[in-house]
Design a binder for this molecule. Structure first.
Ligand code: CAA
Length: 241
């Protein structure tokens, strides 16, 4: 039986590339999404991957959404915590709403999504939890105090949970993408992208979503069974750890 993979934020951007790559690697894939019905519909039509709408910042919504996915496809073996948002603004202009939205969606979602699948993974003695953090959680980024804090928190989550999962055959890892050509990055002023970002990427370009998806497929595989608590960095050399 094919393993079941669930990808949050899985109908656009990096998440969509991950969902497609996992399907190509033989997984039964379900994609969660938060808001864009039109994009989700087009994604399902193009890929045949079922899409489920709920808000990953809500614990109750995650419990209900995961129950729906598991009823349709079976227990989740591979969870990819990919969903994320930005509310970029300098700290002196940042509101509590900017802060809460990013922390709840990019950090608390890891609890909300992982907790409901964790006991099943423990009892089956297998699981893969892969969290998409960011270069900006590693190095910090001006204009992103909220986002950098959440993404750094994701790395702490991974390192602590990996220590708990080991005895049950569950690996927990992070992937830190750099600047990838998605809607999120395209929302940044092109002058800033050119002058402040691409100019500092040794490979001289933005990354492609598929280049992150390949890293996730690698970490999900049986072959990666001795890798846990790690951070796989894919940023074109912009920040070397
Ligand atoms: N790196 C370095 N310098 C940056 C920068 C960046 N990413 N973003 C802005 N700056 C600099 C600007 O060049 C500017 O410098 P000067 O004063 O010398 O001209 C200064 O910071 C202030 O910037 P703005 O004039 O744009 O200030 P603002 O208040 O109008 O806007 C902002 C602030 C909304 C944060 C805007 O600068 C911005 O959107 N910056 C991009 C922030 C960023 O990198 N976001 C990443 C989004 S993609 C993502 O998050 C995915 C991922 O994981 C990598």
């Amino acid at each position: 039986m094919a393993r079941v993979a669930l990808v949050t934020g899985g109908t656009r951007g990096i998440g969509a590339a991950i969902a497609v790559a996992l399907k190509a690697a033989g997984y039964t894939v379900a994609a969660n999404y938060g808001g864009n019905d039109e994009a989700a519909k087009a994604f399902t039509a193009a890929t045949g991957i079922a899409a489920y709408k709920w808000d990953v910042s809500s614990y109750d919504a995650c419990v209900a959404g995961i129950a729906q996915v598991e009823a349709a496809h079976g227990p989740v073996d591979v969870l990819v915590n990919n969903a994320g948002i930005t509310r970029d603004v300098m700290f002196h202009k940042m509101t509590k709403e900017h802060w809460d939205a990013v922390i709840n969606t990019n950090l608390s979602s890891l609890f909300n999504m992982t907790r409901p699948v964790w006991e099943g993974m423990r009892s089956r003695k297998f699981g893969r939890v892969i969290c998409i953090s960011s270069i900006n959680g590693q190095k910090g980024q001006m204009g992103q105090v909220n986002y950098s804090a959440a993404k750094a928190g994701d790395l702490g989550f991974v390192k602590a949970l990996a220590q708990e999962g080991g005895r049950s055959g569950i690996t927990v890892n992070a992937v830190c993408p750099g600047y990838i050509a998605t809607d999120m990055v395209k929302a940044v002023d092109p002058a800033i992208i050119e002058k402040n970002i691409v100019a500092h990427i040794p490979l001289g370009r933005l990354g492609e979503p598929e280049e992150i998806a390949r890293a996730v497929v690698f970490l999900a595989a049986d072959d990666a069974g001795f890798i846990t608590g790690s951070t796989l960095t894919a940023n074109g050399g912009q920040y070397m750890v």
